[in-house]
Ligand binder design. Structure first.
Ligand code: AMP
Ligand code: TRP
Length: 342
């Protein structure tokens, strides 16, 4: 058990490597807005993680603004929470190097996200992609963050962060110097939304890198586009069951019901007690109406914010200064602990 006594602090990050989608919103960003009222919150745009795979430089800058704007459009208040870009706080890279020397190759070899992203030709993947979860641990621990709101797919990376924190504390005889950070997978509405699947394939995660435009509902999609994508979403010919157990073996149906549940704040059982016995011809229009009601206003605000990059840049720069004020002293302590001259 960790005996860490420091304050509770929240940190999370999203890569500026594509458009923000419903999975990012329900799995992560919506929880950011909930948490900012209770905790010291820090929300990062992880541009250094993004370049572990090729990014066009001009696009990277645009996408960095897009992520910052998505945070704010979804309700994160940059006066309350610190919103910043990772590359703007050099402490992340400094701590990451030390952690590269703490983490073991065997630990990284087990990371499933690396295997998924590197694919068959892993010899050609960047070294950065391999050591990506070590930088993620540094993002979190450079603030001594205790809680990390993320979707379910990040569980394994959070375990690695805990292992790195524990090994650092142990090897350097610095008991409880770093907290062992906990993932926050559940939000206000339980774990609904922790794993949203593609609209074209109920077995694949909704992902910004999906080649099919229709697989993903983006926060920037207008009402028309949202409705069309839901209409085209893969389903099955059966009526909806009246109990959640009946969704087993029906991944597309389960996903659509899950999205309805996550956005309405109801449980899947409640949604099915309302729609059980009805076919997708009836359910899809109701779902489209709900998604449009919840997401289209965020999209409109997102477009308004993106039209003002100077504002977004000033948010990120001020945020980076505030973040560095917490992170720099932690790196200084780490340097002392490991025996660097300070
Ligand atoms: P990424 O898009 O991989 O940079 O993920 C950013 C955040 O969104 C992380 O907290 C992920 O866990 C979360 N996330 C990404 N895709 C999904 C999804 N399909 N369902 C739920 N959460 C997701
Ligand atoms: N790996 C995370 C993802 O793909 C992004 C990330 C980078 C992150 N640093 C982080 C998430 C720190 C939480 C905390 O979604």
């Amino acid at each position: 058990m960790s005996g860490y006594q420091g304050p509770m602090r929240v940190l999370s990050g999203i890569q500026p490597s594509g458009g923000m989608h419903l999975g990012n919103y329900l799995g992560a960003i919506r929880k950011f807005a909930e948490l900012q009222h209770q905790y010291d919150c820090n929300f990062c745009v992880v541009d250094m993680h993004a370049i572990t795979v090729w990014q066009d430089p001009e696009k990277l800058r645009e996408q960095t603004f897009h992520i910052a704007a998505s945070y704010i459009a979804s309700g994160v208040d940059p006066e309350k929470a610190t919103v910043f870009h990772q590359s703007g706080v050099r402490a992340h890279a400094e701590l990451a190097w030390v952690f590269n020397c703490v983490a073991r190759l065997g630990w990284l070899d087990r990371m499933t996200q690396f295997k998924d992203k590197a694919g068959k030709n892993s010899e050609r993947a960047s070294v950065g992609l391999y050591t990506y979860p070590v930088l993620q641990a540094a993002d979190i621990l450079v603030y001594k963050a205790t809680h990390v709101p993320v979707g379910e797919d990040q569980k394994q990376h959070l375990e690695l962060s805990r292992d790195i924190a524990g090994k650092f504390n142990h090897d350097y005889n610095a008991a409880d110097f770093f907290p062992l950070p906990e993932p926050l997978i559940k939000g206000q509405f339980g774990d609904a939304g922790a794993r949203i699947m593609s609209l074209r394939d109920g077995a694949a995660k909704m992902s910004k890198s999906d080649p099919s435009e229709n697989a993903c509902i983006f926060l920037a999609d207008d009402a028309d586009k949202i409705a069309k994508k839901i209409k085209k979403a893969k389903s099955d010919p059966e009526a909806l069951p009246s109990e959640a157990a009946g969704l087993e073996g029906r991944p597309e149906a389960a996903n659509l019901v899950g999205i309805y549940a996550a956005l309405s704040g109801k449980s899947a059982a409640e949604v099915l007690s309302e729609f059980g016995g009805q076919g997708f011809g009836a359910f899809k229009p109701a779902l489209a109406e709900l998604v449009v009601e919840k997401i289209a206003p965020i999209g409109a605000e997102l477009r308004r914010l993106e039209a003002d990059p100077a504002f977004l840049q000033s948010v990120l720069e001020k945020g980076a200064e505030r973040a560095a004020a917490i992170a720099d002293p932690v790196v200084r302590e780490v340097k002392e602990i490991v025996g660097f001259l300070v």
